[in-house]
Design a protein around this ligand. Structure first.
Ligand code: HEC
Length: 266
């Protein structure tokens, strides 16, 4: 184009006019640097996806998800444990000034401050520099958070009572008949909160395995023991006898004979 001749209107005088349109050029102009969406690109995506899918399937087969016994809301002895990626939050709740009467601090205030700071980070730290060494406050805080998360996760794993943890969710096959009125009306309201939803143990010991006779159970129920309250007076004699006979009858059975098999295992 010769100077001064043939004006071309491009809408905005600051935008240069290109002879060749820049956009929507055909991929064939870049041999070796691009490819067709179908089938080349999609095929690669599918192969990558399939590799991950098969990998996950293999992991699932090698390490099946742990099954615990059926959840029971009346079993207050069951202490749920969060998955590993939340253990650091769980651990914070165990510190003296973040638990008990200070629960709000551990459950809301501390995580609240941390997550609010994370949300506000782009506004609090608006330096132009991107290198982490020239942003000591941001980098320092991030390293400190990572260190705290690592430490608290480690601490909660190291100090957790894993034996009790595995025992509390263990599936115990028993002849317990969950439709029996004695179980539904008396034991569910008086005993499962401590001895577990299927009496296999909670904060109190499991009652299935020991080979009691009814009189032994009756003595425990009437008089209480340790943390367990005495039920003499709270329950009638008939109720205590019925409960004791029911508990004394309990025994471990093989999975085939049990009533309480989770449906997924049947
Ligand atoms: C407040 C929680 C709690 C409740 C409710 C409770 N127990 Fe217990 N029970 C315990 C604890 C804890 C022990 C273990 C005490 C110890 O050995 O110091 C125990 C022990 C027992 C034992 C003796 C276990 C052994 O072999 O030493 C029997 C049997 C028993 N409970 C039956 C029952 C029955 C039946 C009921 C319902 C009527 C019941 N418990 C309600 C907490 C409870």
């Amino acid at each position: 184009m010769k100077r001064g001749k043939g004006l071309t209107f491009v809408g905005d005088s600051r935008v240069q006019k290109y002879d060749k349109p820049k956009l929507n050029r055909d991929y064939s102009e870049f041999p070796g640097r691009t490819e067709e969406f179908y089938p080349d690109f999609l095929l690669k995506e599918w192969v990558t996806g399939a590799v991950f899918l098969i990998g996950i399937l293999c992991l699932v087969v090698a390490h099946p998800a742990p099954l615990e016994r059926v959840a029971d809301p009346t079993d207050t002895g069951y202490i749920p444990l969060p998955d590993w990626y939340f253990l650091f939050l769980y651990q914070i709740l165990k510190y003296t000034y973040a638990s008990g009467p200070f629960n709000v601090i551990g459950a809301i205030v501390i995580p609240g401050i941390a997550f609010t700071a994370l949300l506000l980070a782009p506004w609090l730290d608006n330096k132009k520099d991107r290198h982490w060494k020239r942003r000591p406050i941001a980098s320092g805080l991030m390293l400190a958070s990572v260190a705290i998360i690592f430490y608290t996760t480690w601490e909660s794993v190291a100090y957790h009572d894993w034996e009790q943890q595995n025992q509390q969710g263990e599936i115990v096959f028993s002849n317990l008949d969950a439709d029996d009125p004695v179980f539904n009306e008396l034991i569910r309201t008086n005993c499962t909160s401590c001895h577990g939803g299927e009496l296999a143990g909670g904060s109190g010991p499991g009652l299935i395995e020991p080979d009691y006779n009814p009189e032994t159970v009756e003595a425990f129920v009437r008089n209480g023991v340790g943390e367990m309250p005495a039920f003499e007076g709270t329950l009638t004699d008939d109720e205590i006898v019925a409960i004791s006979e029911f508990v004394a009858d309990l025994e471990i059975v093989s999975a085939d004979e049990a009533d309480n098999v989770p449906e997924s295992e049947e």
